[in-house]
Design a protein around this ligand. Structure first.
Ligand code: TTP
Ligand code: CA
Length: 367
């Protein structure tokens, strides 16, 4: 089997870097992004901070008042988390990544694995230039820096990435992998938290090297078969987990309650147009095309009903959602005497292809 070349990209001080991006004058100051609990003006916790703030001892999870105290006398700036904005930036970067990888596995808002084996023809030398190219491209197009770890599997790529931040690039070739892991503390391995590392210490295991040499059978006795074997293999730099594309969401939908029960189409469409705006935004952000559109309603007798239409071609535009929502409600109101309390709109049957023609052929579901 050909050696794999797996890359992990982890955006640097992500939420804080996003704030710097839209407000570059703060770049030289300590920047803290926090979740404010709202109880008092001060209460809440640090989500993350830039590296300048970290020098003063600010850490993720720390109470905000403590971060403020540590930064007293500096020109530190504080922000409230703005997930919508960070998600947008993350999506743009992930989109760029997808062009550079045979498969892309997004792990979180600021982390993704890229399988680049084919792209670099299995060469770790080429992987260096390739990583620099991706970094430069994202920096130019989006303005965000990130750290990269490259290795023969996901475990090595992850630990490599963590070993040099921010804006790091760490490459661990297959023949170097075991020596690279050997001296590291066991808690650098995914799955080794506080409890496990205490347990391992009791067995006399402190480093990954010690774990690698430890009797596998004994590990199985202590941690169970699945985990025991995982620890043994991981410590020996063995990991065959593929970089797996995450399945797309199966549907995107929104539901809302009408201000009053009604049988009036225009009144209903006011509400569904609002819902459609939201759905359209998400569909666009995720670059999806949908093939099915459904409506949902709860009538005054409290029964719920759906109606769907399947499009001849995948579509991605707002007008298609609105037009078909209208058509389905029109037909439903014609058939039913009940007034409607709640309405919903849903798109599904996603693909990532470009839509060609938008032709309709419709069929109706029974209740
Ligand atoms: P991390 O990747 O752990 O941290 P980071 O990106 O801020 O810094 P770096 O990678 O350079 O060390 O987390 C990613 C984002 O997740 C982070 O920007 C904010 C958020 N986060 C929290 O909200 N709370 C937390 O406790 C942590 C650790 C992260
Ligand atoms: Ca990060």
């Amino acid at each position: 089997m050909q050696n794999r070349v797996v890359m992990l990209a982890d955006f640097d001080y992500f939420f804080a870097q996003c704030e710097e991006l839209r407000n570059p004058v703060i770049k030289d100051k300590p920047v803290v992004v926090g979740v404010y609990s709202g109880r008092t003006e001060e209460s809440g916790a640090v989500s993350t901070s830039n590296y300048i703030a970290r020098k003063f001892g600010v850490k993720s999870g720390m109470p905000l008042f403590l971060a403020k105290r540590k930064l007293e006398g500096t020109d530190a700036v504080f922000f409230k988390v703005d997930h919508e904005y960070y998600d947008q930036i993350s999506d743009r970067i992930m989109q760029i990544f997808s062009g550079y990888a045979s498969s892309l596995e997004q792990v979180s808002v600021d982390e993704a694995y890229l399988d680049v084996t084919e792209k670099v023809e299995g060469s770790f030398e080429k992987a260096r230039d390739y990583s620099l190219k991706i970094k430069a491209n994202v920096k130019n197009q989006v303005g965000i820096s990130f750290s990269v770890g490259v290795g023969p599997n996901k475990i090595i790529a992850k630990i490599a990435c963590d070993s040099q931040k921010p804006n790091g690039l760490t490459i661990v070739k297959p023949e170097e992998a075991q020596a690279f892991l050997e001296p590291l503390d066991v808690d650098r391995l995914l799955g080794v938290g506080k409890k496990t590392s205490v347990k391992m210490a009791e067995l006399g295991i402190k480093t990954i090297g010690e774990l690698a040499r430890y009797d596998c059978q004994r590990l199985i006795e202590v941690f169970g078969k699945v985990i025991g074997i995982y620890f043994h293999n991981a410590a020996n730099a063995i990991d065959n987990e593929p970089v797996q594309e995450q399945g797309e969401a199966e549907s995107i939908s929104r539901i809302g309650t009408l201000k009053q029960d009604t049988h009036d189409l225009a009144f209903i469409l006011q509400k569904t147009d609002e819902l459609t705006e939201d759905i359209y935004k998400e569909v666009t952000e995720k670059n999806l095309s949908f093939k099915t559109l459904s409506i949902y309603m709860v009538t005054t007798d409290l029964s719920s009903k759906t109606r769907s239409v399947t499009l001849e071609q995948p579509a991605k535009d707002k007008e298609t959602i609105k037009k078909n929502t209208k058509m389905l409600f029109e037909k439903f109101l014609f058939e039913s005497m009940f007034e409607i309390r709640r309405v919903g709109v849903k798109v599904s049957g996603f693909s990532k292809e470009e839509p060609r023609q938008k032709q309709l052929s419709s069929f109706f579901e029974s209740d």
